[in-house]
Design a protein around this ligand. Structure first.
Ligand code: IMP
Ligand code: MG
Length: 176
C-alpha cells in the first residue's frame, strides 16, 4: 500500500484562521494573564503560531500524551509521557490541542487538570472531528470542523510522519 496525501486545508487558510482565533482569545482574556498548555506533539505547530498573536502576558507549558499507537484508531488507553513543569493552581489555562476526535483524550486531560484547581480551563483545538465524538467535552475555540478523514500535517502525524507539512492533508492508502 502506498500512502498518498490529498491537500485539504492550505497553509494560508490555517494562518488566517489562527489570526482570527487569536483575536477572539485576546478579547476574551483582556486584562488577564494566560497560561497556555500545549499538548505534545501534535499541537506544537499550532501553539507556536497561535501564541505569537496573543497580546496578554502569556506563559507556556507542555504536556506529553499519547492515545494512539502507530495506527489510525484510538487504543483507548491514554498515557501521560511528560507532565507539566509549572503549577496551574489559580491560573487561567488554555489547553491547546491539534484535533479532537472521540474526545476521550481531552476528557481524561480535563479531569486530570481540574484536580489541580486552575482558575479556569478552556480548550482551543485546531481541528474538530465532531461526527466521531463520544465523550462529553466542550470546545471553546475551534479552528476548523472537519469531516471524518485521517488528517496529517501541521503537527499531526501518521506513525510519526508528516508532522512537518505546512498544510493539512488527508491520508489515503492506494494499491500499488
Ligand atoms: P481522541 O481521544 O479520540 O479525541 O483522539 C485525540 C488524539 O488522537 C489527537 O490528539 C491526535 O493525537 C489523535 N488523532 C485523532 N484523529 C486524528 C487524525 O485524523 N490525524 C492524526 N491524529 C489524530
Ligand atoms: Mg493530540
Amino acid at each position: 500500500m502506498r500512502e498518498e496525501i490529498v491537500r485539504r486545508i492550505e497553509e494560508e487558510e490555517i494562518q488566517k484562521r489562527i489570526r482570527e482565533l487569536a483575536k477572539t482569545i485576546n478579547d476574551d482574556y483582556a486584562g488577564k494573564k494566560l497560561h497556555v498548555i500545549c499538548v505534545l506533539k501534535g499541537a506544537v505547530y499550532f501553539a507556536c503560531d497561535l501564541t505569537k498573536y496573543l497580546t496578554m502576558p502569556v506563559t507556556i507549558d507542555f504536556l506529553g500524551l499519547s492515545s494512539y499507537g502507530d495506527g489510525m484508531t484510538s487504543q483507548g488507553v491514554i498515557t501521560l509521557n511528560q507532565d507539566l513543569t509549572q503549577n496551574i493552581a489559580g491560573k487561567d489555562v488554555l489547553l491547546v490541542e491539534d484535533i479532537i476526535d472521540s474526545g476521550r483524550t481531552l476528557f481524561y486531560l480535563e479531569n486530570m487538570l481540574n484536580k489541580r484547581e486552575p482558575a479556569s480551563l478552556d480548550v482551543c483545538t485546531l481541528l474538530d472531528k465532531t461526527v466521531r465524538r463520544e465523550a462529553d467535552v466542550v470546545l471553546k475555540y475551534v479552528g476548523f470542523e472537519i469531516e471524518d478523514y485521517f488528517a496529517v500535517g501541521y503537527g499531526l502525524d501518521y506513525a510519526q510522519k508528516y508532522r512537518n507539512l505546512p498544510f493539512i492533508g488527508e491520508l489515503q492508502f492506494k494499491e500499488d
